[in-house]
Ligand binder design. Structure first.
Ligand code: HDE
Length: 713
């Protein structure tokens, strides 16, 4: 009998393992029904005679089939597609001046976390590579209860009030008549809605930028989006914005790559996260905060409560307060990644809300959605959702209740139960909401301070490098090019003129729109029936910051090449020495070098040694790699230089601005490429040392390779 494997341990915090007491792997055990009855035949139904009908009394068949029939739960209404991992958060030091949150309270303190990344619009089975916002949700299992930071990889949002969320999501999801297109915003209903909603313009700039095409989850920033509050022991409050900064730096894919990867490997981001962790290249982010004193609430030219605005780092620098490391993959996707239930309202003492009307609406939505997705009010008892802090209250019963509450009382106050569970004083960790003074009329309205819709959209566009601006123009041409209605295209291009005349002009050129017509007033169609549309028209505000360096992805390059995927094109007869030399250099720096060959199995090198092939040219593509190395070896190159897939592999890498190293005889293969028509190609290293290649790919791409776009693959 095989020994039953132990439950995986989280070395950082053994407490989290207590949540996994239900794990089961069946090794060495007899198969049973759910009642524990040992099963003798799991191959055949119970029949009335060898060729007869199945009998209703076959309880084993019925139990197995019933369970199967119900083994899916409703997917998340948004953020359905995702991947998650366990890890820990380590505090950099004492933040008690601003917050009494215990997990931020002392240097080196570690708190277990589970983080889930996601796309927003696509269904659960859709591609990871959609042009979309990414969810970045972190559950901290703190000693004071679970704290969820449920953020995105962009610091602003499309809308200002939660009331518009169902409309936004209906517009971006597949259209209701034919459920097309999947995981794409490039269609009429999305742009119809957006072109009527100037408040979305800042977010649209982000979504049309390379931020919407991350190279990897571990290479994107995260943001809490809303302004939250920190509260310290003295009861003083501060406004706070949260940032996650990836240690690996921020890198993106090109749109051409993203579309091709959707076909080659729609699990690209999930697989990347999984493999990085399995290989010990643990993804890391630093947590940063922008803190604004209560008294400074109104000192900015935008409203801190408006979720379509960010605080430029030039105005309030980001203070780094800790680090998150993801070091363990889930044991079971469904049990953990699918069943995890995040909620921006899961707070700990020391963190509180602001009155951002988008955040306020979210505080209702998340529990409500768990009720239908996870089937009832006891989803907190699912292992992945259980806090490590003990839970005691008078909530009882409900579908799938797990806890067996003992004793006689389930109410408070009580005397029979000794008054327990009792209410915790603040000094005992009891949560007390920040006492904010509120005065005003009960109204449905949008604050006039929310009416500046273009200044930060402009700031974002102006802060991008030329390459990034070109990508945005291309993205808008693509998205609007897929829109059938000319009215919508024209209205949208007209709207873009308010962000940047230059941007609108270039997009219009691509769409064949001439002249550009500015949209008729009202520009904003999101106003109440009895309101004066003028009260809802965008206000012109000039941002006090004209250019913000950190808004460009290129400003946050990481160090090194940890986690990058490098393709080595080789077949039988490859030069053993240069192959080994490069492989070693890449591995030493934490990159993954994969042997791509004309066939699967293994190849023999120039010394007659056998080398395992990772992929044949049939089962992989250049778009799945960050750089390409072609070692020499006359026999190997003799085969490869006649292989159109090998030639295309190199050309495609060139097209996508990737670094390419060509050694010795590999020049013959290079000469077969389109790329070689350029006599002095940028970013192609001929017969250089592996160290030079490692250094080059640290930059990720060579964006100033002007002729990359002409490659016809
Ligand atoms: Fe969410 N959002 N959201 N959202 N959201 C959900 O909750 C909602 C918003 C975010 O990996 C849902 O459990 C409303 C902003 C992430 O499980 C739902 C509004 C931000 C995830 C919901 C917003 C987010 C969700 C669907 C406008 C960035 C995935 C499933 C008021 C700060 C979490 C679920 C995971 C998921 C509602 C806007 C982030 C329906 C009503 C802004 C990362 O409750």
């Amino acid at each position: 009998m095989a020994e039953k494997e132990k439950t995986p341990k989280n070395s950082e915090n053994p407490k989290i393992d207590d949540l996994y007491m239900n794990t089961e792997d069946g090794s060495g055990e007899a198969m049973t029904t759910n009642q524990g009855l040992k099963i003798n035949d799991d191959q055949n139904s119970l029949l009335a005679g060898e060729r007869g009908p199945t009998l209703l009394e076959d309880f084993h068949f019925r139990e197995k089939m019933t369970h199967f029939d119900h083994e899916r739960i409703p997917e998340r209404i948004v953020h359905a597609r995702g991947a998650g991992a366990h890890g820990y958060f380590e505090s950099y030091g004492d933040l008690s001046e601003f917050t009494k949150a215990g997990f931020l309270g002392e240097k080196g303190k570690r708190t277990p976390v589970f983080t889930r990344f996601s796309t927003v619009a696509g269904f659960k089975g859709s591609s990871d590579l959609a042009r979309d916002v990414r969810g970045f949700a972190v559950k901290f299992y703190t000693e004071e209860g679970n704290y969820d930071l449920v953020g995105n990889n962009m610091p602003v949002f499309f809308i200002q009030d939660a009331m518009k969320f169902p409309d936004l999501i209906h517009a971006v999801k597949p259209e209701q008549h034919n459920e097309i297109p999947q995981a794409a915003s490039a269609h009429d209903t999305f742009w119809d809605f957006i072109s009527l909603m100037p408040e979305s313009m800042h977010m649209i700039m982000w979504v049309m930028s390379d931020r919407a095409l991350p190279r990897s989850y571990s290479m994107m920033e995260g943001f809490g989006v809303h302004t939250f509050r920190f509260v310290n022991k003295k009861g003083e409050s501060f406004f706070v914005k949260f940032h996650w900064k990836p240690v690996a730096g921020t890198y993106s894919l090109t749109w051409d790559e993203a579309q091709k990867i959707s076909g080659q490997d729609p699990d690209f981001h999930r697989r990347d996260l999984w493999n990085a962790i399995e290989n010990g290249n643990y993804p890391e982010w630093e947590l940063g905060v922008q803190i604004v004193a209560d008294k400074d609430e109104h000192k900015f030219d935008f409203d801190l409560l408006d979720p379509t605005k960010l605080i430029p780092e030039e105005l309030v620098p980001v203070k780094l307060i800790g680090k998150m490391v993801l070091d363990r993959n889930p044991t079971n996707f469904f049990a953990e990644t699918e069943q995890i239930a995040f909620h921006p309202g899961h707070l700990v003492p020391g963190i509180d809300f602001s009155n951002d009307p988008l955040l306020q609406g979210r505080l209702f939505s998340y529990t409500d959605t768990q009720l239908s997705r996870l089937g009832g009010p006891n989803f907190n008892e699912i292992p992945i959702n259980r806090p490590i802090a003990p839970v005691h209250n008078n909530q009882r019963g409900g579908l799938m209740r797990q806890t067996i509450n003992t004793g006689q009382t389930s109410y408070h106050p009580n005397n029979i139960g000794g008054g327990c569970p009792f209410q915790a004083k603040m000094s005992e960790g009891g949560f007390v909401s920040h006492q904010e003074k509120i005065e005003g009329h009960k109204i449905r309205a949008r604050s006039t301070s929310f009416m500046d819709h273009f200044s930060q959209a402009k700031l974002f566009f102006e802060s991008q490098s030329k390459v990034e601006q070109d990508h945005m123009i291309e993205a808008l041409r693509f998205e609007l090019g897929k829109v059938k209605s000319e009215d919508i295209r024209e209205r949208m291009v007209g709207m873009l003129t308010y962000v940047s005349e230059e941007l609108a002009k270039h997009v219009a050129e691509g769409l064949g729109i001439n002249p550009i017509t500015k949209p008729e007033e009202p520009l904003n169609h999101s106003f109440p029936a009895d309101a004066d549309p003028k009260d809802y028209e965008p206000k012109e505000v000039k941002s006090s910051v004209q250019k913000s360096e950190k808004l460009s992805l290129m400003a946050s390059n990481g160090k090194g090449i940890k986690g990058r995927m490098i393709a080595i094109l080789a077949t039988d007869g490859v030069d053993a020495e240069s192959l080994e030399h490069y492989k070693k250099a890449l591995k030493n720096e934490g990159a993954e070098a994969k042997i791509i060959s004309s066939h699967s199995g293994s190849i023999s090198d120039s010394n007659g040694g056998a080398i395992k092939v990772d992929h044949s040219l049939l089962t992989t593509a250049s778009v799945l790699f960050d750089a390409v190395f072609v070692p020499g070896g006359s026999k190997s190159i003799e085969i490869l230089h006649k292989n159109p897939d090998a030639i295309r592999f190199v050309d495609e890498a060139y097209k996508h601005y990737k670094f390419i190293a060509i050694n010795g005889d590999a020049m013959r293969l290079w000469d077969m490429t389109y790329a070689s028509k350029n006599a002095s190609p940028k970013g192609v290293l001929f017969d250089q040392d592996a160290a030079a290649f490692v250094e080059a790919i640290g930059q990720h791409r060579i964006w100033d390779r002007e002729d990359a776009a002409r490659i016809p693959v």
